[in-house]
Every structure is written in structure tokens, then in C-alpha cells.
Design a protein around this ligand. Structure first.
Ligand code: ATP
Ligand code: MG
Length: 577
């Protein structure tokens, strides 16, 4: 690959549209270009890296025994109606009509389609287990497409689906995908943290997410500083090591005038107390009925947990009119004492005494509230988000809050889809049973960008050797210098002959420009061929990740580069290889 014959439109300036480093670098290094919100073109070098990620994914899926298929991206809506997800995913699905005005959707995921396939093609236990996957474009009408490939409207996913005869088999399939995912991310040079996750709209019993830790990550998670416990915030449990005790705990509730004070900060300031002394009372409407959710003032209600605790299908915050009706006060002054609707109280409020709550009256709060004595608790349940510093639910350790990018997700699905779509098999005993399913996704395009988010410096990308668009850059410092041109040409040939992918920067540009571009593009190794070195019969071999530069005799340059590259690749090999 000669740079001058390639399309590598590098940019000096940081593009305004890009907020996070990986997005900026993908644009600046000329890997992708934007067509519209959440829509990107892969330029040649970006595509080369993407194909390598795909290849790793494919190899690991095949190794684990999964079979590659390719399903349509365009679906008749009827199959989605059979599971009720035409409604559930209404906002996220792109819909189109064909010329006969038949409604169709662009697939956001493929559980329905693959289960329909298996319903028709698998009928006996002898055909199980079967694990099918594809690498394909998905469409999602995301509310906020952003961060380049991280959250796009059109993106490439590897989605896989396992079908087993029973729970034991399903557990094995899940394990094997879990392990395959670990290998995929290691081979891509990514450190991915595995966290327990919520099953959300997918249904199913349990799931794990593979998270790349990054400040720009859209997912919150906690990890224990002592054991391996880690969980997405949506799901994370935590414990309080001791019930807090506050001033005036022994007294009876007392109404205090708090004119104009509504927020936790304002009220806590007024009482000269930590926010944790307050009890927040939020009024929700769950399946049409008002309920109150109580959490400590320093925590937020986790609506996923609350919905589960209530066993509710629909849950939303009550509007101002409903709040006024059930509390008798304007928004901001709700409190649990005297409320006659069901009260779901966060487990962390057990034993709370001396707390401050709203008084169900404008401009007033109660102090010295004792949750067990003064509040008619319907149910204690874990309904709040874990926070930094909470106790680990598994050991004596402490939880740390982190942010991450979800690159992969594995789910145990159970029989929800197989029952709804008739993916039944005939057992050895002649009984028909639904297949037990698992589903497994990797955001292929997101993974590519996550690698850059995790591996870059101020000068540019630092590609892992396994997925770099090319392995070695040969940089011709002065294209007017005949001996340099000749040596560089020979080196390029020599490297190609031993199977190394070379990008040859032979442009008529100033050396400074080429050096900057080389760092920006970030191929693992660079060979600088210049007049000064050649005078002594040597070239420079520079490793992008360490910045280390070796002066190497021209004759052994290919061999040394080969050896270095092999080392860099070994660093990405899954453990023990
Ligand atoms: P998120 O919570 O980030 O919206 P999700 O849980 O909806 O993702 P899944 O349905 O589990 O995503 O999809 C599998 C994988 O596809 C995710 O782990 C992620 O890597 C990737 N992915 C999902 N949505 C997008 C998107 N809009 N753009 C790029 N990749 C995505
Ligand atoms: Mg997910």
C-alpha cells in the first residue's frame, strides 16, 4: 500500500462534531467519515481494521462451534408482532413499506427471525444443540446517536443465538460464548471488564456485559476493590456497613418551615445535614396506580429495580396533578408520613432515625422521622442505585464507581421466544418441548472504536498489532534521495514477502508532516528510512506503543521487524497461548 495511492485524509484540526478521543481520532486518522447523524462511511484503512475485528469474531465463534448464517435486515412486521416486540421496540425500529404498502422493519436485532427459522428447521432433540450467528448491519433509531461508531443508527453487530434441549445444555452454550467473548476481546487488544447486567427488554434470566472502562462510557458500573464482583449500575446491589444515625433521633417528628426549599441540597443545607439524612419521596404511577418510592437523599431511584419490586409492566413518574392529589402538596414536598398510597421503601432506609422528609405541605419539612416508627412501610426492597463507597454484596470490600462502554452482551433467554414462535423439538421420550435459548451480541463497529478509546495518546492512535489497518509503516524521509528510495522499496518488498502488511509513506511531503501522520494513524511499527541513517547502513525501527526507537542495520531490518511484530501479537493472545 502506497500512501499516495490510498485514500487517507488525515486532519490536523480536531473536528468539532467529535467529543470523545476515539471519535476524534477515527476522523482525524482518515478512517471514517460522517454521512448524517449516526451514519458513517468506512474509508479504506478503517475498513481494513474493521475486517480484522470481524475476522477475530468469526474465528472465535467458529472455534466455539457456532455456525455462521446471514439473515435479512428487512423483516415483515408480522414476525415481530408474534412476540409483542413490534410494540415494545416501536420507537427504536425503523419502519418502511414495500410497493404493496406492506409494513416492514429494518432489524434492530434478530431473536424473532432466528427463532422462526429454528421453528421450521429443527424438530428433534438429535439436531440440538445448535448455535447460529451472523455478522450483519443493524438499524436502531437511537434517541441520541453520538460518539461516532459508539452509538450509531446503523452499525455492525455479531449476533448469535443458541438453542438447547434443556437448561443444562443452555448453561453450557452460555459458558462457551462467555469464554469465546473473552478471547475475542483479548485478541482485539481490549481489556474488557465482565459485569453482571440487567436483562431489560430482552427478557430472560441472567446476563453479563463486556465493558471497556472509559470516562466517556455511557454505562455506569461498580466494581469491588477486593473481589471480582462487578455489575452494571442498572443491576448492581450493595450494602450499607452500618445504619446511619442522625441528630434528634429520639424526638417525635416535628414540622419545620422551609420556605422555597425544594432540592435535596437546599434542604440539607438548611438542616446543616448530609444529604443522606433526607428521605426522598417520589410519586410514581405503576400500571395506572400511584405508589411512593422512598430512597435516601444521596441516592436515586433505580426504576428498573422499582418496576421489578412492584411487578409492574408500566412505570412512570407521576405528573404534578397526581402528586398534588395524593400528597396534598405541590411538587417537592412529598413525604411518607400520613401518605395513604403504597410505600416502597429502599432497603437502605431500614433503621433510619432522625431523618428529614417532606411534610406533604408547601414550604414545610418534617424532622426526626423514624422510618419504622412513623412510616407505614408497604415493602422494603432494593430500589436505589449503588454508589461509590457502598459495601460489596459479596465480600467485605468496597464498591468503586466506574464508567464503561458495552462492547458485548450475553443473555440466558430461557424459552420465551421459542414458546412464542413455536421453536419446539421432539424429545427422546416423544414429548414436545420448547428449545432453551441464549443470545449473544458483539458490537463490532463499537468494539473497533472502543479499542481506540482505550489505546491512544496525545499524538494519535496506538493500534494493537492484531487489528491495525496495516502492521508496519515504512516512512521515506526524503523522496528525492535515490539511495533512500531504493532501500525503502526493498524493505517494503522484503516485508511483504514475509507476509507483513506494509503501508509505504512515499509522499512528497515534509518529514514533519509524515511523522505526525504516522503517529496519528498509529500502526504498531514504523521504519524510518533516511539519508543520515543510511550513511551508516542503518534504519530506525520505532514502536508506536512505547516510543522506543532501535537503530537497526538495513540487512536485518525485516527480521527485527518480524520479531517485534510477533511479540506485539503475542501480547494480544488469550491466556496460555
Ligand atoms: P446499549 O445499552 O448500549 O444501547 P444494547 O444493550 O441495546 O446497547 P444489545 O441489544 O445488547 O445492545 O446489542 C449488542 C451489542 O451491540 C451491544 O453490546 C453493543 O456493543 C452494540 N450496540 C448496541 N447498540 C448500538 C449502537 N446504537 N451503535 C453501535 N453499537 C451498538
Ligand atoms: Mg446490551
Amino acid at each position: 500500500m502506497r500512501w499516495s495511492r490510498q485514500l487517507i485524509p488525515t486532519l490536523r484540526e480536531v473536528p468539532q462534531e467529535a467529543e470523545i478521543p476515539s471519535h476524534q481520532l477515527m476522523l482525524r486518522a482518515g478512517l471514517i467519515r460522517k454521512l448524517g447523524a449516526g451514519l458513517y462511511t468506512f474509508l479504506p484503512l478503517g475498513l481494513r481494521a474493521l475486517r480484522k475485528v470481524e475476522r477475530i469474531v468469526r474465528e472465535e465463534m467458529n472455534r466455539a462451534g457456532a455456525l455462521e448464517i446471514l439473515m435479512p435486515a428487512l423483516h415483515p412486521k408480522e414476525v415481530w408482532e408474534q412476540t409483542g416486540r413490534y410494540e415494545l421496540l416501536r420507537d427504536v425500529m425503523f419502519k418502511v413499506k414495500d410497493r404493496q404498502q406492506r409494513e416492514m422493519v429494518l432489524g434492530p436485532t434478530h431473536e424473532e427471525i432466528v427463532t422462526d427459522l429454528v421453528a421450521h428447521e429443527v424438530s428433534s432433540y438429535r439436531q440440538l444443540p445448535v448455535n447460529l450467528y451472523q455478522i450483519q448491519t443493524k438499524f436502531r433509531d437511537e434517541i441520541r446517536p453520538r460518539f461516532g461508531l459508539m452509538r450509531a443508527k446503523e452499525f455492525i453487530m455479531k449476533d448469535g443465538y443458541s438453542f438447547d434441549a434443556d437448561l443444562d445444555g443452555a448453561e453450557k452454550s452460555y459458558r462457551s460464548m462467555y469464554e469465546a467473548y473473552q478471547r475475542v476481546f483479548q485478541r482485539c487488544g481490549l481489556r474488557a471488564k465482565i459485569v453482571e447486567a440487567d436483562t431489560g427488554a430482552m427478557g430472560g434470566s441472567s446476563s453479563h456485559e463486556f465493558m471497556v472502562l472509559a470516562d466517556s462510557g455511557e454505562d455506569g458500573l461498580v466494581e469491588c476493590d477486593a473481589c471480582s464482583y462487578a455489575a452494571n449500575l442498572e443491576r448492581a446491589e450493595s450494602v450499607l456497613r452500618s445504619a446511619p444515625s442522625f441528630a434528634d433521633a429520639e424526638k417525635d417528628p416535628e414540622k419545620i418551615a422551609t420556605p422555597g426549599l425544594r432540592t435535596v441540597e437546599e434542604v440539607a443545607g438548611f438542616f446543616q445535614s448530609p444529604p443522606a439524612r433526607l428521605i426522598k419521596t417520589l410519586i410514581y404511577v405503576a400500571d395506572g396506580k400511584p405508589v411512593a418510592a422512598l430512597v435516601p437523599g444521596n441516592r436515586d431511584v433505580n426504576e428498573i429495580k422499582l418496576r421489578r419490586a412492584l411487578g409492574a409492566k408500566a412505570l412512570e413518574l407521576a405528573d404534578a396533578a397526581t402528586i398534588a392529589r395524593v400528597t396534598g402538596a405541590p411538587v417537592g414536598f412529598a413525604g411518607p408520613v400520613g401518605l395513604s398510597i403504597p410505600l416502597v421503601v429502599d432497603a437502605k432506609l431500614r433503621g433510619y432515625r432522625g431523618a428529614v422528609t417532606g411534610a406533604n405541605e408547601a414550604d414545610a419539612h418534617l424532622r426526626s422521622v423514624d422510618i419504622e416508627r412513623d412510616v407505614k412501610v408497604t415493602e422494603f426492597a432494593d430500589i436505589s442505585f449503588a454508589i461509590e463507597g457502598d459495601g460489596c454484596p459479596r465480600c467485605a470490600g468496597t464498591l468503586r464507581a466506574k464508567r464503561g462502554v458495552e462492547v458485548g452482551h450475553v443473555f440466558k433467554l430461557g424459552t420465551k421466544y421459542s414458546e412464542q414462535l413455536g421453536a419446539l423439538y421432539l424429545g427422546e421420550d416423544g414429548q414436545k418441548r420448547p428449545c432453551v435459548m441464549g443470545c449473544y451480541g458483539i458490537g463490532v463497529t463499537r468494539t473497533l472504536q472502543a479499542v481506540i478509546e482505550q489505546s491512544h495518546d496525545d499524538n494519535g492512535i496506538i493500534w494493537p498489532a492484531t487489528i491495525a489497518p496495516a502492521e508496519v509503516e515504512v516512512l521515506l524521509i526524503n523522496e528525492q534521495h535515490a539511495a533512500s528510495v531504493e532501500t525503502a522499496g526493498k524493505l517494503v518488498e522484503g516485508l511483504k514477502n514475509v507476509g507483513i502488511e506494509v503501508l509505504f509513506d512515499e509522499r512528497a511531503e515534509r518529514p514533519g508532516v509524515k511523522f505526525k501522520d504516522a503517529d496519528l494513524l498509529g500502526l504498531p511499527l514504523r521504519i524510518n528510512v533516511g539519508e543520515r541513517g543510511l550513511a551508516k547502513g542503518s534504519i530506525e525501527l520505532r514502536a508506536r506503543h512505547s516510543g522506543e526507537t532501535l537503530v537497526v542495520p538495513v540487512e536485518s531490518a525485516v527480521e527485527t521487524a518480524c520479531a517485534r511484530l510477533a511479540e506485539l501479537k503475542r501480547a494480544c493472545a488469550p491466556g496460555g497461548e
